[in-house]
Design a protein. Structure first.
Length: 451
């Protein structure tokens, strides 16, 4: 009995230490079993308390009256599957007649408290089926990206969502994006993760960094073109517009429109072209968009109007030509002048780190997900990297990118510097970098042989 007590105390102490120091390990060893039992035992009573049950059907009531049996109880949604994950549980439910997916999303906070989980989110998988994703611990406190992610061309895993799933930046689905964030909010780390994820892919990276290049120029070996001031940025953007027009001519010449060609083979963008004819896609990263929109003289105002016009043209027409925009800034509002609202309307993907005012959050989410504005404003300053990501569908989620130092990002870009595309239109803007140092040849301890 003494040995059993000692072993039990050791197990309890190990569980307490793991839960305190390594919550992910605690979840995989102890938490997943305890949480699964807790959900299954409390399920019916929790559904009833949260108002997620429905009255019995008429034929059951009639059968109970005819047979003299008690009135049937209200029915909870049927459990289709309870699947443990590395961060929580996935509970798939069959919705009862009369229920709606919104009923479950509105009850997520009550479900979180009732099941004793850290967080609960709801999503509709298909008609009549809802999935509750429950997290057992704060996955955003210490971001650990899964080893295996669903990688694809122009699709980059950049952050972790609060429900434990991976947040992807998919340029073919969401061509253009806007990233906002105040100083020390984690915006630069998010951008480094984006560049590091795109570096191994067959894509041309183009950057505009008006902070004298302090953010993007260390990564210059993987960039096909860079600009560090508004004047060079204007020339670079107009060169991109010229490239876009040239790519459209290639698509027109290879559309294969004839009576003998199936509809599915007709090309409408670069991804419909044969691989040997397909132009290299381009991702344009603008580090601080406000620096391109500010002016102090008539000449600078003319330059500013040309810059914004080029950005709007690329945002409106660039997707089919394989040109994608990633606009970043501390501030993005209508006070930046005409054309800014038109540019924002083309930026489908929205990511907002901690912002200093509600107006910036409204510019990010006011037109697509108004309830995300409050979540963006409430991000605390002591948790840099946490952001709110949304899109035109109205959905949004809290995310956090893993910390990537500048040295780590530079090493990744240097490793893949050999695949950097050389675009003739952007050749004048190719950053001049010194060649990478060759690997050192180890000296042999043995003396060289003499003839």
């Amino acid at each position: 009995m003494t040995e059993f007590t000692v072993a039990l105390l050791v197990v309890v102490a190990a569980a307490v230490i793991l839960r305190w120091r390594r919550p992910a390990w605690y979840w995989m060893t102890f938490g997943v079993t305890l949480a699964s039992l807790r959900v299954l035992v409390r399920y019916t009573s929790v559904m009833d308390a949260c108002g997620l049950t429905v009255p019995p059907s008429r034929w059951r009531l009639t059968l109970a009256r005819l047979t003299g049996r008690p009135v049937p109880e209200w029915r909870a949604p049927r459990i289709l599957r309870l699947r443990p994950t590395r961060t929580g549980l996935a509970l798939r439910l069959k919705v009862r007649p009369g229920q709606d997916a919104f009923d479950f999303s509105a009850a997520t906070d009550r479900l979180r408290h009732s099941f004793g989980m850290y967080g609960v989110t709801s999503r509709e998988l298909r008609s009549g089926v809802v999935e509750l994703r429950m997290t057992g611990y704060d996955v955003l406190a210490r971001v650990q990206m899964p080893t295996n992610t669903d990688r694809a061309p122009m699709r980059v895993p950049v952050a972790l969502r609060e429900d434990g799933s991976v947040h992807y930046r998919d340029y073919r689905t969401v061509p253009h994006g806007l990233t906002l964030g105040a100083t020390e909010s984690g915006k630069s780390v998010y951008q480094r993760n984006l560049v590091a994820g795109l570096a191994p892919q067959d894509v041309a990276l183009v950057g505009i960094d008006c902070k004298q290049g302090v953010e993007l120029f260390p990564l210059a070996r993987r960039f096909s073109a860079l600009a560090d001031n508004p004047d060079t940025a204007l020339e670079l953007l107009e060169a991109l517009v010229s490239r876009m027009e040239g790519v459209y001519q290639v698509i027109r010449s290879e559309q294969r429109i004839s009576a003998s060609v199936d509809d599915a083979e007709i090309a409408a963008d670069i991804w419909d072209l044969p691989e040997d004819l397909r132009p290299v896609p381009v991702v344009l990263l603008v580090d601080e968009v406000a620096e391109l929109a500010l002016f102090a003289s008539k000449e600078e105002e003319k330059r500013r109007d040309r810059i914004i016009t080029a950005l709007v043209r690329l945002a409106q027409l660039g997707r089919a030509a394989g040109i994608y925009l990633e606009i970043c800034g501390q501030r993005f509002g209508s006070e930046l002048g005409k054309g800014i609202t038109m540019l924002r309307a083309q930026l489908t993907g929205r990511t907002a780190h901690r912002v200093n005012d509600e107006t910036s959050a409204n510019m990010a989410f006011g037109d697509i997900a108004p309830d995300a504005v409050l979540a963006a404003v409430q991000i605390p300053s002591e948790t840099p990297g946490i952001a709110v990501a949304g899109d035109s569908t109205g959905g949004w989620a809290r995310i956090r990118a893993p910390h990537t130092s500048m040295r780590q990002a530079v090493n990744i870009c240097n490793k893949h510097a050999g695949i950097t595309p050389e675009l003739p239109e952007l050749a004048p803007f190719r950053p001049a970098v010194a060649p990478l140092p060759s690997a050192r040849v180890p000296l042999s301890k043995a003396a060289p042989a003499t003839a």
